[in-house]
Design a binder for this molecule. Structure first.
Ligand SMILES: *Cc1c(COP(=O)(O)O)cnc(C)c1O
Length: 424
């Protein structure tokens, strides 16, 4: 069997190949890119063939507004089976009281959470975007910062980590209706119990968005806030390794509010083919091998962080506890985040530019890059391979303006990746 290349994708795309050669060709090229490069974007993953099949299934043909057993359309006998299985598996995976599996993606899930718990103009707290929060955690350009009043908390300037006493102090002043934890670019473990205490102390709803770390929480590699938080949202396509989508989990007391906020509050017909794929992803995550996977993600991140630090790169907060790390490339190597992202891309290594806490540069060309290990771990890489990956990264950064050298690295990266085929 070929280890990568065109042939592998064809079984899924026979009809497409005949009917639409342009889209077919772009998909084949994209698959090749995914297989021949080192993918370090921490919000990405590779889904299994079973998940791809469920996503590409005839469940996409069905309208099923409403919830299992109470739909606005006929013919939902089998769709109800799918959605109920997805719900039951998610409950088991996260020890959740109630689960809504209909949110279309992470941002709509957060919108539904806010819509269920706050009136327009009310105050909530989330982490600043530039220090690791998500756009939907109250940024002024986003609905979350426009419909609600967001009092953002930050990280401590010297440790670059959350300071729970400072957050508590801010919460006492701001009197928020809701406090949100869970982040997009925070490399350290989150003390969810501290957030529960702070929320109780000020009488706020205690919520989390575990989009990035959901797989680690499900596997017990990071503390899981679901059993004792009020509402927790998560995407399903990051460390959880499912289809591009989201779910909302909550205590039973909030079930009705959350369900009404999702439908009819914000959405129309749910994407049942994606719900089927989420059910499959939850089944995969309930298998013992997923615990090993999640553990290996973290081991690999630590190994990669160690290699990079040994080679003189400064990591925000001095390391990582989870699947991701932020590198201050500007301070370490005099390269901006945008330049580093671009040079790495030319070497077949994919990451994203990212602000670092207290960044003196702009979000469009910040001081940092963000790297994570979920994809490489899915491809079967272990700590020893992180040494090689780290060497590729440093070599590319140190030769950022030498396109011949970067092309050379890209060829070596392609060779390296051949040992880790994924779509068989
Ligand atoms: C990725 C992410 C989201 C958004 O998910 P989309 O599916 O891209 O809308 C929301 N919250 C956090 C913390 C994320 O990391």
């Amino acid at each position: 069997m070929a280890k990568s290349g065109k042939k592998l994708f064809e079984p899924h795309l026979n009809a497409l190949k005949k009917f639409d050669s342009e889209i077919y060709a772009a998909l084949v090229a994209e698959k090749q890119r995914q297989m021949e490069g080192i993918e370090l974007i921490p919000s990405e993953n590779l889904v299994s063939e079973s998940i791809l099949e469920a996503m590409g299934s005839i469940a996409t043909n069905k309208y099923s507004e409403g919830y299992p057993g109470k739909r606005y359309y006929g013919g939902n006998e089998f769709i109800d089976i799918i959605e109920n299985i997805a719900i039951e598996r998610a409950k088991k995976l996260f020890s959740a009281g109630h689960v809504n599996v209909q949110p279309l993606s992470g941002s709509p899930a957060n919108m539904a959470m806010y819509y269920a718990l706050m009136e327009q103009g009310e105050t909530f707290m989330g982490l600043k975007l530039t220090e690791g929060g998500h756009l939907t955690h109250g940024h002024p350009v986003n609905f979350s910062g426009r419909q609600y009043k967001c009092v953002s908390y930050g990280v401590d300037k010297s440790t670059e980590m959350l300071d729970y006493d400072a957050i508590k102090k801010l919460a006492v002043e701001a009197k928020p209706k809701l406090i949100l934890s869970g982040y997009t670019a925070y490399p350290r473990a989150i003390d969810f119990k501290a957030f529960r205490e702070i929320s109780d102390f000020v009488g706020a709803y205690c919520c989390a968005d575990i989009a990035h770390i959901a797989g680690l929480c499900a596997a017990g590699v990071h503390e899981n806030p679901v059993p004792y938080f009020d509402v927790v949202t998560t995407t399903t396509h990051k460390t959880l390794r499912g289809p591009r989508s989201a779910i909302i989990m909550c205590k039973n007391a909030f079930a009705e509010k959350i369900d009404k906020a999702v439908f009819p509050g914000l959405q129309g017909g749910p994407h049942e083919h994606i719900i089927a794929a989420k059910a499959v992803a939850f089944k995969e995550a309930l298998e013992p091998s997923f615990k090993e996977y999640a553990n290996q993600i973290v081991k690999n991140a630590r190994a990669l962080a160690d290699v990079l630090m040994a080679k003189g790169l400064r990591l925000v907060s001095g390391g990582t506890d989870n699947h991701l790390m932020l590198i201050d490339v500007f301070k370490s190597k005099g390269l901006t985040g945008k330049q580093a992202e671009h040079s790495l891309e030319l070497a077949g290594i994919y990451c994203n530019k990212n602000t670092i806490p207290f960044d003196a540069r702009t979000p469009w060309d910040p001081s940092g890059i963000r790297l994570g290990t979920p994809v490489l771990t899915t491809r079967g890489m272990k700590e020893s391979h992180m040494k090689e990956v780290g060497e590729f990264i440093v070599k590319a950064i140190e030769n950022a303006n030498d396109s011949a050298k970067l092309a050379e690295i890209k060829a070596s990266v392609k060779e390296f990746c051949k040992d880790f085929p994924f779509y068989k």
